[in-house]
Design a protein around this ligand. Structure first.
Ligand SMILES: [Zn+2]
Length: 87
């Protein structure tokens, strides 16, 4: 099941609390979170947070395949092996 994120802009910005930074200001964007074509929920963002989210979403699109193949359980080759828990 593929999750999707869609950033939408309000026609009329509204003054309320941003779901990301908790500051009250002009909310200009809403992020719709869906899974398998069904709406899961939404988040409303101020201009600054929307810009950051857009960057994260753009990076996610590019790196998605790599992220999914990441093997966290295997650890990094050579990384962390020099740490001695007995010291
Ligand atoms: Zn914000």
């Amino acid at each position: 099941m593929k999750a999707t994120l869609d950033m939408m802009s309000f026609q009329e910005p509204r003054r309320k609390k941003c779901d990301c930074c908790d500051r009250t200001g002009l909310i200009r964007h809403k992020l719709l979170v869906a899974k398998a074509g069904l709406l899961v929920g939404d988040l409303e963002f101020c201009q600054d947070c929307a810009r950051v989210m857009a960057e994260i979403m753009a990076a996610r699109e590019v790196k998605e395949e790599v992220v999914e193949e990441w093997d966290f359980a295997g650890g990094g080759a050579g990384h962390g092996e020099s740490v001695d828990p007995g010291r």
